[in-house]
Design a protein around this ligand. Sequence first.
Ligand code: NAD
Ligand code: DAU
Length: 353
Amino acid sequence: MNLKKTILITGGAGFIGSHLVRLYVNKYPDYKIINLDKLTYAGNLANLKDIEDKANYEFVKGDIVDADFIHDLFCKYEFDGVIHLAAESHVDRSITNPTEFIFTNIVGTTNLLNAAKFIWKENNKENLFYHVSTDEVYGSLGKTGFFVETTPYDPRSPYSASKASSDHLVRAYYHTFNLPVVISNCSNNYGSFQFPEKLIPLFINNIRENKPLPVYGKGENIRDWLYVEDHAIAIDTIYHNGKIGDTYNIGGHNEWTNIALIKVMCKEMDKRLGRKIGTSEKLITYVKDRAGHDLRYAIDSTKLQEELGWKPSLQFEEGIERTIGWYLENEDWLKNVTSGQYQKYYEEQYEKR
Ligand code: NAD
Ligand code: DAU
C-alpha cells in the first residue's frame, strides 16, 4: 500500500472521535490512521468494530499526559498530521473533579504540541496540528447574539477553562514556534455512540427504562445542536482546506431550550415504544441547577460556510429521529455501556492477543 499520509487522531474511541476515525479510514484508504486513546470511561472500542480490521487503521492505547510516551510515539510514526480530540469532555464531571481536566486537556495538549514541534522541525512534509475545541470557551450568551471567531474568551466551568487554556497554547505555538495549527470551536453534538451521561443519550436511556428525566433548573438553557457526522465532515473540510493559523466556528444554527428538546424526544419515544403520547413527559423531574450553568450557546458559522463551503447536511427533525432509532436498535451497545461491560472489550480484543 502506498500511504500518502500518516495521521494521528487522539480520542478516536470517544463519541466524535469514533465518527471521525470511521470517516477517515473509509474515505482515505491511502492514509494511515493511528487512533490514540487512553480508553477512559468515555472511550469504547466497540464504537469502531466495523473498521477495526481495515489495513489503514491502527489503535494505540496510551495517555496524552505521559510526555515520554507521546514523544516516543511521534518519533516512531513521524505523523504528517494530528487531529486532537482526546479530552475530558463532561461539564458535570469537571465540577466534581476539575484536576483531571487540567491534566488531560492542558498538559496533554501541551505534550502533543511539544512532540509535533520536535519532529516537524526536522522534515519538510506538509504538516498540520488540528485542535478540536468547543463553543463553551466563549462563555454564555444572553437571549440574542452569536459566537463568532473573534468573540473574546470567557470560559466559566473548569471544563471550558481547560479547553480555553489548550486553545491559547495551540495559538501560542503557532505564533512563537511557527507550528502549523488550525482550531475549530463547535456547538453541542448529538448522534450515535455518545456516552449516556450527556443529555440526549441519557434521556433516551431513561425514557426506555421509565426512569426520571433530571432537568437542571427550569430547563430554559439553550444549546445549538449539530449532528455528529456533520461535525466530522466539517473537521475533514477544515483539515484539508482550512487556513493555517485560523479558527473556524462550527454549529448547527439549531437552537433549542432543553425543555423543548426533551419534549420532542419524549413524543418521539412514545411513538417508537408504542406508548400513549404524553406518557414519557411524566418522567420529567426538575432538579437542582448545574453550578454556573451557561444560559445560551449559539454559533455563527458563516466563515466556514462562505470560505470553505461547509454546511450542515441534516435537518434536526431527521437527525433526532435517526439518533433515537439508533439507540433503540442498538440496545446491546447501550446495555454494555451502562453496565460497564464495554471496559472488558479492550482486554478481550487486544490484551489476550
Ligand atoms: P468523549 O468524552 O466522548 O471522548 C473523549 C475521548 O478521549 C475518549 O475516548 C477518552 O478515552 C479519550 N481520552 C480522555 N483522556 C485521555 C487521555 N489522557 N489520553 C488519551 N485519550 C484520552 O468526548 P467527545 O464528546 O467525543 O469530544 C471530543 C472532543 O470534541 C473534545 O475535545 C471536546 O472538547 C470536543 N467537543 C465536543 C463537543 C460535544 O458536543 N460532545 C462539542 C464541541 C467540541
Ligand atoms: O457546547 C459544546 C459542549 O456541549 C461540549 O464542549 C461538551 O463536551 C459537551 O458535553 C456539551 O456540553 P453541555 O454541558 O452543553 O452538554 P450536556 O449534554 O451535559 O448538557 C446539555 C444541556 O442539558 C445543558 O444545558 C445541561 C442540561 N442537562 C444535562 C444533563 C446531563 C440537564 O438538564 N440534565 C442532565 O441530566
